[in-house]
Design a protein around this ligand. Structure first.
Ligand SMILES: Nc1ncnc2c1ncn2[C@@H]1O[C@H](COP(=O)(O)OP(=O)(O)OP(=O)(O)O)[C@@H](O)[C@H]1O
Length: 283
């Protein structure tokens, strides 16, 4: 997850500098890949190594804009917007986006092609700080299902009954913004207020997790509800803080570092808390 003030380099970090122009940015000589193409390449490299397992990877791309969730792979008739979706919590406590498009992919290039398609629809505007400022939080989800084979006797192998499922969420957050500096007005001002509120809800969730509160306010914002499975519990979260080198943004940079400090205080719950049944069984 990339966090930082507007214009500080979050999209650059997640996508790399050339993703918009080049037809295939994935080639061995490219040293400037962002985290999303690198993660996709690494995932498929690992899959190739695991010969005894068959893997299925699906991609979905959503944006959270003005506290609404949009599916960026299911375009509406105009081809200019994603389709609005609802986030729900399933009976087994997992977060799900209803009627979300999941596209099957066979390699990192397929992933990148879909991300580029989704990014075309992402809401961007010009502000005094950044010409192409992203006005939404982008979430790229890679859902992986592994069917593990185990050997039965001599040369026979069967697929285990229960497939293993997991997901990797790659998040390019919208930038935190000081209204006075970005000079936004009207609709853009409304967007900024939604962005700042959702980032503050994210900070509240991290704060509640670090203090081991009994109630974690995931539902206070669509962003935190959507990312619930990836923040806290069993999940591993890697946060990248982007700061501007300009002196005039020192206050924003300190705010970003404060957010990171808060996130660092989140510790994983003990194995017993994460899965009490497992611990009872082992007793
Ligand atoms: N490490 C870097 N080296 C060179 N240029 C960079 C670097 N990081 C960012 N930039 C440039 O700075 C500008 C802003 O970067 P980017 O779009 O990634 O910001 P952002 O944090 O995603 O902004 P916003 O939140 O407003 O969308 C872009 O023109 C980008 O190419």
């Amino acid at each position: 997850m990339a966090y930082g003030q507007t214009g500080s380099g979050k999209t650059y970090t997640m996508m790399g500098p050339h993703w918009e122009n080049e037809t295939s940015i994935l080639n061995s000589s490219n040293q400037e890949l962002g985290i999303i193409p690198r993660a996709a390449e690494e995932l498929f490299r690992l899959i190739q190594e695991k010969q005894q397992e068959s893997h299925f990877v699906k991609v979905s791309i959503t944006e959270v804009y003005n506290n609404e969730v949009f599916d960026l792979l299911a375009q509406d008739g105009s081809g200019e917007l994603g389709v609005k979706c609802d986030v729900i919590t399933t009976k087994d406590g997992k977060t799900e986006v209803q009627f979300l498009t999941h596209e099957g992919v066979r390699n990192a290039t397929d992933v990148l092609d879909l991300v580029k398609k989704g990014l075309q629809l992402r809401v961007k505007h010009s502000t005094l700080i950044h010409d192409h400022s992203s006005r939404s939080h982008l979430v790229v989800t890679l859902s992986i299902t592994a069917h593990c084979s185990h050997s039965m006797g001599m040369a026979r192998s069967v697929k285990s009954q229960k497939p293993l499922k997991t997901k990797l969420q790659l998040v390019d957050l919208a930038g935190s913004e000081c209204v006075g500096m970005s000079g936004v007005k009207g609709a853009a001002l409304r967007e900024t207020s939604f962005i700042n509120r959702s980032l503050s809800a994210l900070s509240d969730v991290l704060g509640a997790l670090s203090e081991h509160c009994s109630h974690i306010p995931y539902r206070n914002s669509r962003l935190t509800h959507l990312l619930q499975d990836s923040i806290g519990g069993d999940a591993k979260l890697l946060l990248i803080l982007c700061v501007s080198p300009c002196q005039k943004f020192t206050a924003e940079s300190l705010q970003t570092l404060g957010f990171g400090t808060r996130a660092r205080q989140v510790s994983r719950p003990s194995a017993k808390k994460r899965n009490p049944t497992l611990c009872n069984k082992s007793k």
